[in-house]
Design a protein around this ligand. Structure first.
Ligand SMILES: *[C@@H]1O[C@H](CO)[C@@H](O)[C@H](O)[C@H]1NC(C)=O
Length: 227
């Protein structure tokens, strides 16, 4: 009897949807910390990259990202609600070289996302690591069936499900971390093969198949890839 009353009370106190969402996350194979795996995957997404998943991706895409002008004093938001279009320089031929050009062109400019915390090599490694992660996510995305509407309603509500908050956590790290960290552990200064070994070991942990599934599921919901 006590248990029954408890269940009834819980049902009243908790918002009806949050319980259903928790169940849907579990049933659909999302990890318990999907807020963090998905936040890592999306925190620096751009509309340009979303279009590689689905050419019809829109400006109002609902993918929260760290404000690319994070350190501009006139900006009030650490996290912006839609992955923005990034202006990619076209001074070179390949996407890789134009990406390096774009990364380098932002260093020290007003609003530079990384402020003074990020060394140049780390910025380039970060950019290409993210592009590489998106390529990995896309492999799974392309094979995935469209998730159910109910699951997508839950996953797209990023303010309620903790994804927005976790992206904000990343933004706060960018702003304040005196030491560059990954997975909450400080990283050595990237200066030679030895320090790169530590970086590589840390970076590859983000390609863990559960993390990739979480992100592919979220992006399938956002981008509605099977129409
Ligand atoms: C992610 O969610 C877990 C469980 O709700 C919470 O403990 C953790 O603080 C969240 N992480 C971030 C970075 O917001």
């Amino acid at each position: 009897m006590k248990a029954v009353i408890g269940v009834v009370l819980l049902g009243v106190v908790l918002p009806a949807l949050s319980k259903e969402c928790a169940q849907l996350y579990e049933e659909n194979g999302l990890s318990p910390n999907f807020n963090e795996t998905i936040a890592h995957a999306i925190h620096s997404l751009t509309l340009n990259e979303l279009r590689k998943f689905n050419p019809l991706a829109e400006e109002l895409n609902g993918v929260p990202v760290v404000n690319p002008r994070l350190n501009d004093p006139t900006e009030t938001e650490r996290v912006i609600p839609h992955a923005p279009e990034e202006e990619i320089n076209k001074n070179f031929v390949s996407e890789a070289m134009n990406t390096i050009d774009s990364v380098m062109s932002q260093v020290g400019q007003s609003g530079d996302q990384f402020g003074t915390n990020w060394p140049l090599v780390a910025r380039i490694v970060h950019k290409f690591h993210m592009k590489d992660t998106w390529a990995k996510i896309k492999e799974e995305f392309d094979l995935m069936k469209q998730p159910s509407k109910d699951l997508c309603v839950c996953l797209k509500d990023t303010k309620k499900n903790g994804i927005f908050q976790a992206v904000d956590w990343v933004a706060r790290q960018y702003r304040t971390a005196p030491l560059f960290t990954l997975l909450n552990k400080p990283l050595p200064k990237l200066k030679d093969a030895k320090s790169w070994e530590v970086w590589r070991a840390r970076l590859v942990q983000y390609y863990d198949s559960q993390a990739i599934t979480d992100a592919a599921t979220y992006l399938s919901c956002v981008l509605n890839h099977t129409g």
